[in-house]
Design a protein around this ligand. Structure first.
Ligand SMILES: C[S@@+](CC[C@H](N)C(=O)[O-])C[C@H]1O[C@@H](n2cnc3c(N)ncnc32)[C@H](O)[C@@H]1O
Length: 256
C-alpha cells in the first residue's frame, strides 16, 4: 500500500512540476507575469548567448526524442517500473525545459513590435489561441495518460492500465499534429519579436518538423497501413479546406 501511495505521489508531483513549468513557459515566451522572460538574463557577447541557447535547445531535443522512442522505453523499463515510466519521462522533459528557462541568455534586439491598437490585440489573440489549441489537443488524445497520471492512479487502485489507443477526434481529423501546430502558432504569432525569441522559434520549429517524422515512423511501425492511410487522408499541420461532412468522416484507423 505504502509503495502504491508513493508511486501515486511521484506521478502527482511530476505532473504539478510540469504544470507550473508549462505556465511559466507561457509567461517566458509572452514576456508577461514572470521574473525572467526570453529577453531577460545575463548580458554578454552574442556568440556566448547563441552557444548557451543552442546547448539548452539541443538538450531538450535529445532528451525528448531519445526517451520517446519505443526501443528506449523497452530498455529502461527494465529498471523503471512501467506505472512510473511516463511520469519519469515527463519529469525528465520538464527538467530540460526548466534548465532552458533558468539558463537562457537573451538577445533582446527588436525584429518587430506591433504598435498598440487592434492589430496588437489580434496578435495576442493568435498567440493565446496557439496555447489553447495545444492544451485542447492533449485532452483529445488523453491528457492524463500523456502526463502519466492515469498510469499511477491505476496502480494505486490495483487496476490494469490500458493505453487510450489511437484516436481521431475532431482536431486530429483536421491535422495529424494539432498539438505541435499549437506550439508553432504560439512561437510565431507574437506581437514582439526579438532576435532571441526568433532564434528560439526557428530552432524549436525545426525540431518539431523533425520530431513528428520520428513519431510518425513509430506510428507506422505500430499501425502499418492504417496509419499510412491516415497520413494520406489528413494533412500534417495545415488543414485542408474541405466540407464539414468530410471532417466528420474519420480516416479508417482501428487502434494502436
Ligand atoms: C506529445 S503527443 C503529440 C501528438 C501529435 N504529434 C500532435 O502534435 O498532436 C505525442 C504522443 O501522441 C501519440 N499520438 C500521436 N497521434 C495520436 C493520435 N491521433 N491519437 C492518439 N495518440 C496519438 C504519439 O504516439 C505519442 O506518444
Amino acid at each position: 500500500m505504502v509503495r502504491r501511495v508513493l508511486v501515486a505521489g511521484y506521478g502527482a508531483a511530476a505532473y504539478v512540476f510540469f504544470l507550473v513549468t508549462f505556465l511559466y513557459t507561457i509567461g517566458f515566451l509572452a514576456g508577461v507575469g514572470v521574473p525572467k522572460d526570453v529577453d531577460d538574463g545575463p548580458s554578454g557577447p552574442a556568440w556566448l548567448a547563441l552557444l548557451v541557447d543552442t546547448g539548452l535547445l539541443t538538450l531538450f531535443a535529445v532528451q525528448h526524442s531519445v526517451m520517446a522512442r519505443p526501443w528506449f522505453k523497452r530498455w529502461w523499463t527494465r529498471w523503471v517500473a512501467p506505472p512510473i515510466e511516463r511520469s519519469t519521462y515527463v519529469l525528465a522533459a520538464t527538467l530540460a525545459v526548466a534548465a532552458l528557462l533558468w539558463l537562457w541568455r537573451p538577445l533582446p534586439e527588436t525584429i518587430w513590435s506591433v504598435p498598440d491598437g487592434w492589430l496588437r490585440w489580434l496578435f495576442w489573440a493568435g498567440h493565446l489561441a496557439g496555447w489553447g489549441l495545444l492544451l485542447l489537443s492533449t485532452f483529445q488524445i488523453g491528457h492524463f495518460d500523456l502526463f502519466g497520471l492515469r498510469q499511477v492512479l491505476a496502480r494505486l487502485q490495483r487496476r490494469q492500465y490500458t493505453e487510450p489507443g489511437f484516436a481521431q477526434p475532431f482536431l486530429y481529423r483536421l491535422v495529424r499534429h494539432p498539438l505541435m501546430l499549437g506550439f508553432l502558432i504560439a512561437f510565431w504569432i507574437t506581437p514582439d519579436m526579438s532576435v532571441g525569441r526568433l532564434y528560439f522559434a526557428v530552432v524549436a520549429s525545426a525540431y518539431i518538423v523533425v520530431a513528428v517524422r520520428f513519431e510518425e515512423h513509430d506510428l507506422v511501425g505500430q499501425l502499418g497501413d492504417d496509419y499510412r492511410r491516415y497520413q494520406r487522408d489528413v494533412p500534417r499541420f495545415v488543414p485542408r479546406v474541405s466540407s464539414a461532412a468530410d471532417r466528420r468522416r474519420p480516416a479508417r484507423v482501428e487502434s494502436r
